[in-house]
Design a binder for this molecule. Structure first.
Ligand code: 6AU
Length: 379
């Protein structure tokens, strides 16, 4: 860790002013507003449990981390499905969604996995992460896909429908065909009087002329919108916006998986350094790192560090004592150690909260401990 790097002593509200990525700036402001630097890793079994947990723990967290592929019953509908419902809860409680997808593949494949396919991750997850083993062109490919997506989402399809009566009884076959206008796709449909069938193919023109009573024109065009929004509420009461802060920017953010929490992790210092360099090359897309320590080292580095492998000893036990791993390679440290000593910004907690008797109040306990550790660090 760059132990004397200025970001270690800089409060989040100040780091917000100098963040290179709009979503990182937003996240720092959200952290200050909620006095929270807690990310909940919502690794539950079903979509129903995921949504219930997000709703209950939402007030204590600033990031909700998902693994959509371990959730049974994930509904892929882009408007009413699980992603859209999570997005509504994120608006209501004020948190960002981080899909822990750990992308790693050739650039083209990753672009498709990120923006398309079943889950359409880019539509509902503000943040995702990537393993840099494939090399930094993959990061560029993801950045380009995110930029393209943002450009497209800034336009909405405007549909207008007009119904008119023909001014003359003259028309010819040309009017019956779908045709394109300069400003978009226009479909003109002839509405017959009797049988409800339009554009019937076999009747002759004279017979149809007498039957036309109206022309319905459907025009679709792409128009810029000032405040782009994703599908919001799918559940009554979830459509409120968290007070005190605007909606997050539409910029998507990437975290590079620079170090892991697992015992015997094979990521070398050279790999970690390559992550730092890729982050510097793509500051408009890479927000920071999933890492075990602060990796800010150059004078103007201001990356955010989000850190898993965090657990508190049970209530009442020595707070800064050793915490056992999970027996499957996962290693744990306390928020005080990760934030205070290793200099990370947000801690990710999964089973420490989910497996507690009362997850929402345990989330609140973690929030308090993590925030206290941050306050002590910058004091
Ligand atoms: O608190 P836990 O151990 O129940 O859950 C930790 C969560 C899991 C892991 O997939 C994830 O954090 N994780 C990651 C991430 C976020 O990329 C990296 C890592 O090194 N260790 C780790 O546990 O959802």
């Amino acid at each position: 860790m760059a132990s004397r790097h200025p970001t270690l002593k800089t409060p989040f509200f100040e780091r917000a002013k100098h963040a290179d990525h709009p979503l990182t700036a937003y996240l720092y402001r959200l952290m200050v507003l909620k006095s929270s630097n807690l990310c909940l890793s919502a690794d539950v079994h079903t979509a129903r449990d995921l949504l219930a947990l997000a709703d209950k723990a939402g007030p204590s967290i600033v990031v909700l981390k998902t693994h959509y592929d371990l959730i049974s019953g994930w509904d892929y509908n882009p408007v009413t499905g699980t992603g859209a419902r999570l997005a509504a809860l994120a608006r209501k409680h004020g948190f960002l969604i981080f899909e822990d997808r750990k992308f790693v593949d050739i650039g083209k494949t990753v672009q498709m996995q990120f923006t398309a396919g079943t889950a359409r991750i880019i539509e509902w997850a503000h943040i995702t992460n990537a393993n840099m083993d494939a090399g930094k062109d993959m990061v560029r490919a993801m950045a380009e896909a995110a930029a393209k997506w943002k450009e497209r989402i800034n336009y909405e399809v405007k549909t207008s429908v007009t119904v008119g009566t023909p001014v003359s009884d003259h028309f010819d076959d040309e009017h019956e065909h779908e045709h394109e206008h300069e400003n978009g796709d226009t479909l003109s449909r002839l509405e017959p009087r009797e049988n409800g069938v339009s554009n019937g193919g076999s009747r002759d023109t004279e017979a149809r002329k007498g039957s036309i009573v109206s022309i319905t024109t459907v025009t679709q065009s792409f128009e810029p919108v000032d405040s782009p929004r994703l599908p919001k509420s799918t559940t009554d009461g979830d459509d409120n916006l968290f007070p005190g802060i605007e909606e997050p920017p539409m910029d998507r953010g990437l975290l590079l998986l620079a170090q892991m929490s697992t015992k015997g992790c094979l990521m070398t210092p050279a790999y970690t350094q390559a992550c730092v360099e890729a982050a510097r090359d793509h500051k408009g897309f890479v927000m920071g790192f999933v890492s075990q320590e602060s990796l800010n080292s150059a004078p103007d580095d201001n990356f955010i560090h989000i850190t898993p492998g965090c657990k508190l000893p049970p209530e009442g036990e020595e707070e800064n004592g050793q915490v056992e791993g999970d027996g499957l390679g996962q290693q744990y440290n306390t928020p005080a150690k990760l934030i205070g000593i290793r200099g990370v910004d947000i801690v990710i907690v999964g089973r420490g909260i989910i497996e507690a008797d009362d997850p929402p109040s345990e989330a609140e306990r973690y929030r308090r401990k993590a925030w206290t550790a941050y306050q002590a660090r910058v004091a």
